[in-house]
Design a protein. Structure first.
Length: 150
């Protein structure tokens, strides 16, 4: 899995011009990069801990943590990974004997718990931007209202 991720990352970097990101990161302040890495580590461990709290009673502790980390990695690496990864995790739990109704309810709770902070922050920042409390474009239709499908 790590080798596949490395190959895909290298291919995307060469096609998209993202190779310059490495140069920018090495020329930047190490404190900012360290802080970003620390936040990412806390987010990943928090995701795995939440997974363990919600689904852990059906798995041994080390398996639950490993499956939580796998689901977290899949949400990052795979398009629409949040839905696909939690679905794969729920399927694995059903194979271990978790009733389907309990699996569905807990999967929905897990998605809400892990995505609610993002939605709340986006909503608050959209309202603040639309109200002119933050610098940036203050077009009401672009900052507060969700975009319409064409």
């Amino acid at each position: 899995m790590a080798l596949l991720a490395l190959v895909v990352t290298a291919a995307l970097a060469s096609v998209s011009g993202a190779a310059k990101i490495g140069t920018r990161l090495t020329s930047g302040t190490t404190g900012v990069a360290d802080l970003a890495a620390a936040f990412e580590l806390m987010a990943t461990l928090g995701f795995a801990a939440t997974f363990q709290l919600i689904f852990g009673e059906w798995l041994p502790k080390h398996t639950s943590l490993r499956l939580g980390m796998t689901v977290c990695a899949a949400t990052i690496l795979v398009p629409a990974g949040g839905l696909l990864a939690i679905g794969a995790g729920a399927r694995a739990l059903r194979r271990r004997g978790m009733p389907p109704a309990k699996t569905r309810a807990r999967a929905i709770a897990f998605l809400l718990i892990t995505n609610a902070p993002n939605a709340i922050v986006l909503g608050v920042l959209g309202v603040a931007l639309g109200a002119g409390l933050l610098d940036g474009r203050t077009c009401w239709a672009l900052t507060i209202l969700p975009p319409r499908s064409r």
